[in-house]
Design a protein around this ligand. Structure first.
Ligand SMILES: Cc1cc2nc3c(=O)[nH]c(=O)nc-3n(C[C@H](O)[C@H](O)[C@H](O)COP(=O)(O)O)c2cc1C
Length: 165
C-alpha cells in the first residue's frame, strides 16, 4: 500500500470519510449575535462536563466569541442545510431570517435544532492551523423528535452504502 504524504487535499479527502454532525457556535456579542458553522465538535468529559471544538485561526468570528467567553453549540437538524451554509459565509449578516431564542446566558439557540449546549470557555490549546477550544457545559437540552444534519465526504447526508442482504 502506498503511503501518501498528507497534503491538505489528501487530508480533507481521507478524513472526509469520517461522517459527522454539523453545529453552529453562537454567542451574544456587544454588537449583536455572533455565529459560525463548525464540524469539529465533540464531547470530551462527563465530570467535569466538557466539550471541544476546533476553530480555524483564520476565523473572524471565533476571536469575538472568545472575548464574550460564553457560547452555545447548536446541533443542526436535517432541514438546516441553509443555516450550515449561511453561518459559513464570512462578513455577511449571518442571522438574517434565522429564528432564535436566548439561552440562559443570552447566546442564540436556533429554532428547531436537535440539541443545544451552552458553555463557558474553559481552556484553549494550540492545534496547528486551528485551536482546540474546551467548553465547560453550563446548560443543555435536546429534542428527540429532530433528525440530525450529517456531513460526509464534503456533502450533506450520508450516501447509503449498506450492503443489500
Ligand atoms: C460543514 C462545514 C463545517 C465546518 N467546520 C468548521 C470547523 O470545524 N472549524 C472552523 O473553524 N470552520 C469550519 N467551517 C468553516 C467556517 O464555518 C467558516 O470558515 C467561518 O464561518 C467563516 O466565517 P468567520 O470568518 O465569520 O468566522 C465549516 C464550514 C462548513 C460548511
Amino acid at each position: 500500500m502506498t503511503v501518501v504524504a498528507p497534503d491538505a487535499t489528501t487530508m480533507r479527502a481521507v478524513l472526509g470519510h469520517f461522517a459527522s454532525g454539523v453545529v453552529v457556535v453562537t454567542a451574544s456579542g456587544p454588537a449583536g449575535p455572533l455565529g459560525f458553522t463548525c464540524q469539529s465538535f465533540a464531547s470530551l468529559s462527563l465530570d467535569p462536563p466538557l466539550v471541544t471544538l476546533s476553530p480555524a485561526r483564520t476565523s473572524s468570528t471565533w476571536p469575538r466569541i472568545r472575548d464574550v467567553g460564553v457560547f452555545c453549540v447548536n446541533v443542526l437538524a436535517d432541514d438546516h442545510e441553509r443555516y450550515s451554509n449561511g453561518f459559513a459565509r464570512s462578513d455577511t449578516n449571518k442571522f438574517a431570517g434565522v429564528a432564535w431564542r436566548p439561552s440562559p446566558s443570552g447566546a442564540p439557540v436556533i429554532d428547531g435544532v436537535c440539541a443545544w449546549v451552552e458553555c463557558r470557555l474553559w481552556r484553549e490549546y494550540d492545534g496547528g492551523d486551528h485551536t482546540i477550544a474546551v467548553g465547560h457545559v453550563q446548560h443543555l437540552e435536546a429534542d428527540a423528535s429532530r433528525a440530525p444534519l450529517l456531513f460526509h465526504r464534503g456533502r450533506y447526508g450520508v450516501e447509503d452504502m449498506r450492503r443489500t442482504a
